[in-house]
Design a protein around this ligand. Structure first.
Ligand SMILES: [Zn+2]
Length: 457
């Protein structure tokens, strides 16, 4: 059979089709363009005060806002009802120094430079002098800047964390959260200026020692096991159910202690009439391993219990109250979000993408052996972990967090994960500015104290 003849008037028909397509497109685009204006979020209300509360060592999944079965944090729950909750917030580092410096500068750890010195577990270089901190920027904008710090071993002047704060308090008394909360509350009540307030709550950091009755609030305390899971695991004690239940019960007791401190700060903002106009951010610098992978503590690996942190952002006038954001975000972007809320452009070299702008999420650290660790997240549950040894060898593993949330099984390369691995290598290859500053000297007595307390492995 002969092929059917060509249409008599192919051109007009095609042209007609094109015209029709154009009309359909126009019909679709015009309302879309108009609709875009209708659905665009209103401009966020400009904050009066800015309050950043970092609860040290708080893993996200031990809070009711993440579905935890224990009532560990009623005050965070209450704040969350007025706030945006980010379900997949990830800390940029696995320990205090690297992670706080990222929140203070908007930079990944290898860019702000406050990273562990290989072989010296308890110290890091201070942040590079050239970077600008949130407190420096807000002070220049007229804010009265103050920091109240529980973790004075690491959120310390020696690493540059006092930069920009007119008042920087980190005396030992503030390591006790009720005392910290009392001092913060009294201070807020005396203020008349616009505030940038930073608070670091030390609990639930090791040692886990919630005072009675919180030590027996959750089952089951085993007094013979002590208060540091890191010390127990490092002494060779295997992770088994009785041991894990004990440390989890004590950790959770300390989460209650920390939550009460958060509640006291928030209540003071309410009482002084500052709450409604304030931007209040509650998050953590890193999480904590409580037996996963046979490990305890934090600061060496990018496993999810160490880097998945809570993030609650209460906007002025409770804008977006009750919203949940499921996309993965980095707490590094808190910096950009705060600046953007005030109409302040980010300093040069800073990403500029805030929590609500899609951004790639990385975790960087240098472990005690000098290995450089980089974790990155792709779409869905894809996660890549690259470990570069001091000799330059790279070990790389891919995980699918949806298929294996416990990161027990790594997956083979496929197209999407291969692209993530490629992107991680490209990120690792970016030039980093040198940080010439020497790390502060280590006081051996102080270090052995910290080790005994389980601050370090
Ligand atoms: Zn910490």
């Amino acid at each position: 059979m002969e092929p059917s003849a060509a249409p008599e008037h192919p051109l007009p028909r095609t042209t007609g089709l094109r015209t029709l397509r154009r009309r359909v497109l126009l019909l679709l685009l015009v309302p879309l363009a108009l609709g875009a204006a209708w659905v665009e979020r209103p401009v966020p209300p400009v904050p009066g005060d800015v309050v950043l509360v970092v609860v040290d060592t708080l893993r996200a999944d031990h809070l009711p806002i993440a579905g935890y079965h224990r009532e560990t944090a009623p005050n965070v729950d209450r704040l969350a009802r007025d706030a945006v909750v980010y379900d997949r917030a990830t800390s940029p580092g696995t320990w205090t120094v690297a992670s706080h410096a990222s929140m203070f500068t908007g930079l990944w750890p290898s860019f702000h430079g406050a990273e562990r010195v290989p072989g010296k577990e308890t110290t890091a270089r201070p942040m590079r002098r050239e970077v600008r901190t949130l407190a420096e920027i807000l002070r220049a904008e007229g804010f009265h800047t103050a920091a109240f710090v529980g973790n004075n071993a690491f959120v310390a002047r020696a690493f540059g964390f006092d930069r920009g704060f007119e008042q920087f308090r980190n005396d030992d008394a503030l390591a006790f959260p009720p005392k910290l909360a009392e001092e913060v509350a009294q201070w807020i009540e005396r203020q008349t200026d616009r505030l940038f307030l930073f608070v670091n709550v030390l609990d639930p950091h090791e040692p886990y020692e919630p005072l009675p009755p919180l030590d027996t609030r959750f089952p089951t305390k085993q007094p013979d096991l002590g208060s540091s899971m890191t010390v127990a695991v490092d002494s060779g004690m295997p992770v088994e159910p009785r041991m894990q239940a004990h440390f989890v019960s004590q950790y959770d007791g300390e989460v209650v202690v920390a939550d009460r401190a958060v509640g006291a700060v928030v209540n003071t903002l309410v009482r002084t009439g500052r709450y409604d106009d304030a931007l209040v951010v509650v998050t953590s610098d890193h999480g904590e391993l409580l037996g996963e992978h046979g490990l305890a503590g934090h600061g060496q690996t990018p496993w999810e219990p160490e880097v998945h942190v809570p993030l609650v952002v209460k906007w002025p006038r409770q804008w977006r109250a009750g919203e949940r954001v499921r996309r993965r975000v980095s707490t590094r972007a808190i910096f950009d979000t705060i600046l953007a809320s005030l109409g302040i452009p980010p300093p040069s070299g800073v990403d500029g993408r805030g929590l609500d702008d899609p951004h790639r999420v990385w975790v960087e650290d240098v472990d005690s052996s000098g290995n450089r660790i980089l974790a990155g997240y792709g779409d869905g549950g894809a996660k890549v972990v690259d470990v570069t040894t001091p000799e330059g060898s790279v070990f790389s593993e891919l995980y699918d967090l949806d298929a294996s949330p416990g990161e027990l099984d790594h997956v083979e390369d496929d197209g999407a994960s291969g692209a993530l691995r490629f992107e991680a290598r490209a990120f690792a290859a970016l030039p980093r500015p040198a940080n010439e500053q020497a790390p502060p000297a280590i006081d051996p007595e102080r270090e052995s104290q910290l080790r005994a307390l389980g601050y370090v492995r």
